[in-house]
Design a protein around this ligand. Structure first.
Ligand code: ZN
Ligand code: ZN
Length: 350
């Protein structure tokens, strides 16, 4: 089968100022298209013929080495939609042809205190799709059938892909933020996750303030078109204090700004696996005093996916996607790194 693989850690660097789509001369192409054996499903596993796979910021962390893969070469990709091709021994949940989605959680032990208390995302044996096991930048992948989810009919394969990471993790971040209907939330950074989270928050009748790097541009336009009540830059003071905030950025400063802008007792949730810069020093009085809280989102649980996918369909959340071919993965990653993708980038495979 064909797969785009990561053979060694490298910085995603393009030559010169040219950042036009499909015109990104690379210093070194991060991923390589190769022919590798199609995996065989083991006990309890299914073989999935991949049709769409979303491209996520986490892939930038993997390729550039901020998030260490236990082995290379590796097939990245954890927003996978496809159809069951065959079931392995003792796998009976799906039949060939069924459409399934695979998310960031590839497996967990199922027996530890975390797994037994709905925190399988924190399991010591947590394995991530496309990091600890080969993912969806390929024609096929295998997964335990318990870690695959039916996709609501209203979605095309490509529309469903970003729901599986950006959507599910954004939903977990919303839950962890403690947002209640009618309250005010700040979203720092407006990429794939935030543009889905805003639709859930608006569905809950919340006021949403969006902070992005630039005061104009497509992220801000998209935020306003999706119902943002206000949009400004990361440094701006919003029209009113935030009950909670989610920082979706890889930067450090938004954490400090968000802690400043939340109301007494407010919580800031960081939705990033790795930060590319450190968080500036916090002042106890300005940023922490009055029972302000700082929390991170680590991975996802199956329950997050199980709850979010039907909710997204019920609300009618349609992620805005830009489709590319599998062989264009390097370009998509460079576009993503430079903030040039509107909504979510998706590789269409078969
Ligand atoms: Zn992701
Ligand atoms: Zn466990």
């Amino acid at each position: 089968m064909k797969a785009m693989v990561l053979k060694e850690i490298c910085e995603i660097k393009t030559e010169g100022a040219s950042r036009m789509m499909f015109d990104l001369p690379f210093k070194k192409k991060p991923l390589e298209m190769v022919e590798i054996p199609t995996p065989v499903p083991g006990p309890g596993q299914i073989l999935v013929r991949v049709s769409s796979c979303g491209v996520c910021h986490t892939e930038l962390d993997e390729i550039e080495g901020r998030l260490k893969a236990p082995y290379l070469p590796l097939v990245p990709g954890h927003e996978v939609v496809g159809r069951v091709d065959m079931a392995g021994p003792n796998a009976s949940r799906f039949k060939p042809g069924d459409r399934v989605g695979i998310a960031w959680i590839y497996s967990s032990c199922g027996a530890c205190k975390f797994c037994l208390s709905d925190h399988e995302n924190l399991c010591e044996s947590f394995q991530a799709t496309g990091l600890d096991a080969n993912g969806g930048y390929a024609e096929y992948m295998v997964v335990q059938e318990d870690f695959a989810y039916p996709i609501p009919d209203i979605y095309s394969d490509s529309q469903a892909a970003p729901l599986l990471c950006a959507g599910v993790i954004g939903y977990r971040a919303l839950r962890l933020s403690g947002l209640k209907p009618g309250k005010t939330i700040g979203l720092y950074g407006f990429g794939a996750s935030a543009h889905i989270s805003i639709q859930v928050a608006k569905h809950w009748g919340c006021k949403v303030f969006v902070f992005s790097r630039k005061s104009s541009g497509h992220h801000r336009e998209l935020a306003l078109s999706l119902g943002a009540d206000w949009a400004g830059t990361t440094e701006d003071i919003p029209p009113e204090r935030l009950d909670c905030a989610i920082d979706f950025t890889p930067a450090g400063k938004p954490v400090r700004h968000a802690l400043w802008n939340v109301e007494k007792g407010g919580r800031v949730v960081i939705n990033a696996i790795r930060k590319i810069e450190s968080i500036p020093e916090l002042d106890y009085t300005d940023h922490i005093w009055h029972e302000k809280e700082l929390k991170s989102v680590a991975n996802v649980t199956r329950q997050d996916a199980i709850e979010f996918l039907p909710l997204a369909a019920e609300i009618g959340i349609y992620p805005e996607v830009q489709e590319f071919e599998l062989g264009e993965a390097n370009h998509v990653l460079a576009l993503l790194k430079h903030g040039k993708i509107r909504g979510a980038g998706v590789l269409v495979i078969s």
